[in-house]
Design a protein around this ligand. Structure first.
Ligand code: JA5
Length: 278
């Protein structure tokens, strides 16, 4: 997978090269390019923003800077890092280069060969674990980081000619730019790429994977500051342990995120646990 990020604060994305994502890069599973938007500014002051039409506070990011930046990053013609892990997909014939396939208008729907453009914004659709799972199969994802009051909307509208565009929110709060949201989304995606999470069999026990929050976990010592580990975890009875963990997940979900239960298939036993409600 190749990830590109366009931002006016490239150093904010340094954590992408650390820990889990750094390991994926070393393993050759992931290539990351971080691009300074000001590299596409044309005036002497390298300005990337201007006052909003219609008035109001703040500044809006300029389309004449963002347009060429996203064109270049889509084409992979940016200087700097070689597109190592993404080279194979560039060799692949495009669908409309294949004999018998007729090129169609690019607004006739989404072309699955196009890279994915993710634009974090509090006005976007909520980013979910299902999105992370789906996007972990992408070959090329580009992130556009806004600052100020955001990016001129025509940039996002026009980018749909070269990308599959997704405007996404990571939660109902305001940030000063998209950079931190990119770190969140990138980590959620990359950890799901096969081979990136070293010693994990599957992600089936992750919170949200069965629609429930995960219950509590414990390790040694058996008693710590007078607090005991629940005895069922020493029973050696795997069925009993699994049932207890399911009960804990159900009860925690009911307590803190009850709306999630509307999308979970509940057995009569699950329902009884919830009704006994603690
Ligand atoms: C702010 C210019 O979902 C939380 C988010 C807040 C926020 C995001 S995502 N992007 C921006 C932004 O501000 O680009």
């Amino acid at each position: 997978m190749r990830l590109d990020v366009v931002t006016i604060f490239p150093e904010y994305l340094d954590p992408l090269r650390h820990a889990l994502l750094g390991k994926a890069i070393e393993q050759g599973i992931l290539t990351v390019g971080v691009h300074d938007l000001r590299g596409w500014a044309t005036d002497v002051h390298k300005s990337v923003d201007d006052s909003p039409y219609g008035g109001g506070p703040g500044m809006v990011m300029k389309p004449e800077v963002w347009g060429p930046a996203l064109d270049d990053v889509a084409a992979g013609t940016t200087e700097g890092q070689v597109l190592e892990s993404s080279l194979p997909h560039l060799d692949k014939p495009r669908h409309d280069d294949v004999e018998g396939v007729t090129a169609r208008a690019y607004d006739a729907g989404e072309d699955s060969d196009l890279p994915l453009l993710i634009v974090p914004t509090p006005a976007g659709k909520p980013f979910t674990q299902a999105d992370a799972q789906a996007w972990s199969n992408e070959e090329h994802i580009v992130f556009a980081c806004g600052r100020y009051e955001g990016i001129d909307q025509r940039v996002v509208d026009d980018a749909a000619q070269r990308y599959r565009v997704r405007e996404v929110s990571i939660g109902d709060y305001v940030l000063i730019g998209g950079e931190v949201a990119v770190l969140v989304i990138a980590e959620a995606i990359v950890r799901l790429i096969p081979g990136v999470l070293g010693n994990r069999r599957s992600h089936e026990e992750d919170s949200f994977s069965d629609g429930l929050l995960e219950g509590p976990s414990y390790t040694k010592p058996r008693v710590w500051r007078g607090l005991e580990v629940p005895p069922v975890l020493f029973s050696g009875n795997h069925a009993l342990v699994d049932r207890w963990r399911r009960d804990q997940a159900l009860l925690r979900t009911q307590a803190v995120r009850p709306e999630l239960l509307n999308h979970v298939a509940l057995t009569p036993q699950d329902q009884a646990v919830l009704d006994s409600g603690r």
